[in-house]
Design a protein around this ligand. Structure first.
Ligand SMILES: Cc1ncc(COP(=O)(O)O)c(C=O)c1O
Length: 398
């Protein structure tokens, strides 16, 4: 593939498209603009993060290692063991944990790990839900795979229906991305769903990459199930599975750029090898603050309560309109407004509220229709007051 063809394939970033869409629109001037287009929490991480980072240190002369400190790896493994009620020895922190500088980086590398040229000359497939997090797409293209999009619409419970995928497609797939709780729809895959998918991964020998960066933002009675639950239920092996967890949403700390992946020792060994060539290791101070975050649940419980309160406000203001529903997880609203782009322009112009057109997270179907086109994504990331204000303005304008 020539550089130009690659450049064309790497389509424009979601937020550049949004900036272009709204460039010529003046937001209504007599109210403060409110930005609900980006999944970036506006409240602070727990105070100990800043305290740790502000301490004088004598290790800035040291190259941090890409595989992280033993303390951080142990904190990640211990958290996953507690969270998914795994046997104490299920996750060896030295062989089955790799810290990443934000899961975006790791999700990108996952395709590079998994995709190899097929012996029969056929381009390997990378399967992903539609709508999708753009990194899955970019990672697939740059790894040399053909991205294939699986509808995750209201009709499929907002998750891809893997039982409907042709086994020949699954045979060609080398990497499959799934986000649960899903961005943007907030659907949570059940344990049964995840077990079936992991079983398919093993049968058709693809790497199942679970993007679980919203795993701690669940509003169900039981915590959202994850890839580690499925692996446990199927006997404990993490073969064909790579699970990502992040502090960006869990601890409201996207600025730390901190997450980790867990998988089978051979998968993690390859990830470490790859990162040894390519990745920026986290600074030691960040590793220390990250370990402290993984050890603490109190701030996470408070955060879930905060998001629950924002959904209460949303339900009060929007119930019965735009297909409003309370999702099981995440921090988004996925609203059916008829024409997402048009609504987005009106909301910016007439309400000074910035949201994302659903079609900027979806690919058109082969027949040209776009399942995301009727939707907008609204990130509930503000405080209660600004959320109420923004949603009330939205309800008035649309
Ligand atoms: C679906 C999804 N996956 C992954 C990420 C990346 O998170 P991180 O901050 O850990 O890189 C995000 C961030 O917005 C996301 O929405």
């Amino acid at each position: 593939m020539s550089l130009n063809a690659r450049l064309d394939a790497m389509t424009d970033h979601t937020f550049r498209r949004l900036a272009a869409l709204l460039a010529d629109i003046q937001p209504r001037a007599n109210v403060p603009p409110i930005n609900l287009s980006v999944g970036e929490p506006t409240h602070q991480p727990p105070p100990f993060v800043s305290e740790i980072l502000a301490r004088p240190r004598s290790d800035w002369n040291i190259y941090p290692m890409y595989f992280g400190t033993p303390e951080l790896r142990r904190a990640c493994a211990a958290w996953a063991t507690r969270r998914y009620r795994l046997p104490a020895t299920a996750i060896d922190p030295d062989q089955m944990i790799v810290p990443v500088s934000g899961t975006r980086e790791g999700l990108y590398f996952a395709a590079t790990l998994a995709v190899t040229p097929a012996a029969n000359g056929q381009r390997p497939l990378a399967l992903m839900p539609n709508p999708f997090y753009q990194v899955y797409y970019g990672a697939a293209v740059m790894a040399g795979a053909e991205p294939a999009f699986l509808p995750a619409t209201k009709a499929t419970g907002f998750l891809p229906d893997f039982d409907a995928v042709d086994p020949a497609v699954l045979d060609r797939a080398q990497v499959v991305y799934l986000c649960s709780p899903a961005n943007p729809q907030g659907a949570v895959a059940s344990l049964d769903y995840l077990k079936r998918l992991l079983t398919l991964a093993r049968k058709h020998d693809f790497l199942l990459v679970m993007d679980e960066c919203y795993s701690e933002l669940y509003y169900t009675k039981e915590p959202a199930p994850g890839g580690l639950d499925a692996a446990k239920a199927l006997g404990g092996s993490l073969d064909n599975l790579l699970v990502f967890h992040s502090l960006s949403k869990r601890s409201s700390a996207p600025g730390l750029r901190s997450g980790f992946a867990t998988g089978a020792p051979k998968t993690i060994a390859l990830m470490n090898r790859l990162r040894s060539y390519s990745a920026a290791a986290q600074p030691l101070a960040i590793m220390e603050a990250s370990a402290a975050c993984w050890k603490d649940e109190e701030h996470v419980e408070k955060m879930r309560a905060h998001y629950r309160a924002l959904y209460d406000i949303a339900e009060r203001v929007l119930k019965g309109r735009f297909g409003f529903y309370r999702p099981d997880g995440g921090f988004y609203l996925w609203l059916d407004v008829g024409d997402g782009e048009a609504a987005c322009k009106r909301l910016w112009g007439e309400a000074a509220v910035r949201v994302l057109p659903g079609s900027y997270m979806t690919r058109a179907n082969p027949d040209g229709s776009n399942d995301g086109a009727p939707y907008i994504r609204v990130a509930l990331v503000g405080d209660r007051e600004s959320t109420e204000e923004a949603l009330t303005r939205m309800a008035r304008v649309l």
